[in-house]
Design a protein around this ligand. Structure first.
Ligand SMILES: Nc1ncnc2c1ncn2[C@@H]1O[C@H](COP(=O)(O)OP(=O)(O)OP(=O)(O)O)[C@@H](O)[C@H]1O
Ligand SMILES: [Mg+2]
Length: 344
């Protein structure tokens, strides 16, 4: 029987208030500081899905003792959803460790995860493939004066975050004064460079991808439709994600023309391949009122919280239940490593 190690990071509230090895994070801590971390219910749902497909599963919380835990557990393969502990390359920490020990794992490798976590670096790389993204500029932590001109409104996002950390309706600035204040506040909260991007109005979509090489499957796009609450700017923010039933209607397959859908799925696949993604990923887009498709960002480690995260929702809408989705992620990895014959 295949022994699968499951690597993850838990929200601290999810394990008796312990601090999850994050003591190195200086004050003040942002309210969404742990947004990327998982709840124990997600870990148990993945475990159950893998067990239901004939695997033995050992839980390996990705804290500072992970190297010892991995060495003792000796998994055949690891199902990785760990977000990492600290630093710009944190999502790459577990894959790099597993590569160091030559242990196979699901999902993208350290290089892809490092690049994708840096939104401006990703956009710069993808521009060489002709992928259109909102124009933007990085404001570094050291920079205290705003140089140059911006076309307002702009959105300000931490350069290296996920789960909408630091992104709310308040992340929009409509003039220079607002922008200056927002940057100052966010640099102090998130302690990292800020990406200032032109705000793209219009519709929002997300596309899920599963598999590798000739077996890449692109799910039909899901639209994130904002309920009209009189908001000037619709932002799929941390607050909106947490209270999505109030703010959002999900439409999948999205109600768009065949040509627009084809452009979106082809672009998603091109991005996935350009960044050498493996096994699964989710890509966010905006479609401007003029019909231009903009790449917003890619998540090569998309959330897998059942009944909450977008990726399982997309799969479900496309007729693939949660357990099958989780199994297909692992199966893609097993195929990649030529291990598929060693199962069941
Ligand atoms: N340039 C932009 N123009 C308009 N809206 C934007 C832009 N950039 C981001 N947004 C809005 O902010 C939301 C979050 O941004 P983004 O996807 O970059 O953040 P994230 O934290 O990495 O999200 P995820 O939870 O998908 O990892 C988007 O879904 C979108 O609604
Ligand atoms: Mg996003």
């Amino acid at each position: 029987m295949l022994l699968v190690g499951l690597t993850y990071n838990l929200k601290s509230g999810s394990k008796n208030g312990e601090q999850n090895g994050r003591s190195a994070v200086p004050e003040p801590i942002a309210p969404d500081a742990e947004a990327e971390y998982d709840d124990i219910t997600t870990i148990l749902a993945i475990k159950k899905a893998l067990e239901g497909n004939g695997c033995r599963v050992t839980l390996l919380e990705a804290d500072k003792d992970l190297p010892v835990k991995v060495a003792e557990a000796k998994p055949d393969i690891v199902f990785n959803i760990a977000e990492g502990i600290y630093g710009r390359g944190r999502e790459a920490q577990v894959p790099a460790l597993l590569d160091f020990y030559k242990i196979p794992y699901s999902g993208s490798d350290a290089t892809t995860l490092c690049i994708a976590l840096d939104k401006s670096l990703t956009k710069r790389l993808l521009s060489t493939y002709g992928i259109k993204a909102p124009k933007g500029r990085v404001i570094t932590r050291e920079q205290d004066e705003l140089a140059g001109r911006f076309h307002y409104p702009v959105i300000v996002k931490p350069s290296a975050e996920g789960s909408s950390k630091g992104i709310s309706d308040a992340a929009i600035a409509s003039n220079r004064k607002e922008l200056q204040e927002l940057i100052k506040k966010n640099i102090s909260l998130y302690k990292q460079d800020m990406l200032v991007e032109e705000y793209i109005s219009g519709r929002e979509f997300t596309v899920g991808i599963l598999g590798n090489g000739r077996n890449i499957h692109v799910f039909r796009p899901m639209e994130i439709r904002f309920v009209d609450r009189g908001n000037r700017y619709n932002i799929y923010s941390y607050n909106v994600k947490q209270n999505y039933k109030e703010y959002i209607r999900y439409d999948c397959p999205a109600d768009i023309s065949r040509a627009a859908e084809a452009e979106m799925t082809d672009t998603a696949k091109k991005i996935y391949e350009a960044l050498s993604c493996r096994d699964f990923a989710r890509i966010d887009f905006r479609l401007s009122p003029e019909g231009d498709l903009y790449f917003i960002e890619i998540n090569p480690l998309p959330g897998l919280a059942p009944g909450y995260s977008d990726f399982p929702m997309i799969a479900e809408f496309n007729g693939m239940d949660y357990d099958t989705l989780v199994w297909n992620v692992l199966k893609s990895a097993l195929e990649r490593y030529g291990m598929i014959s060693s199962i069941k």
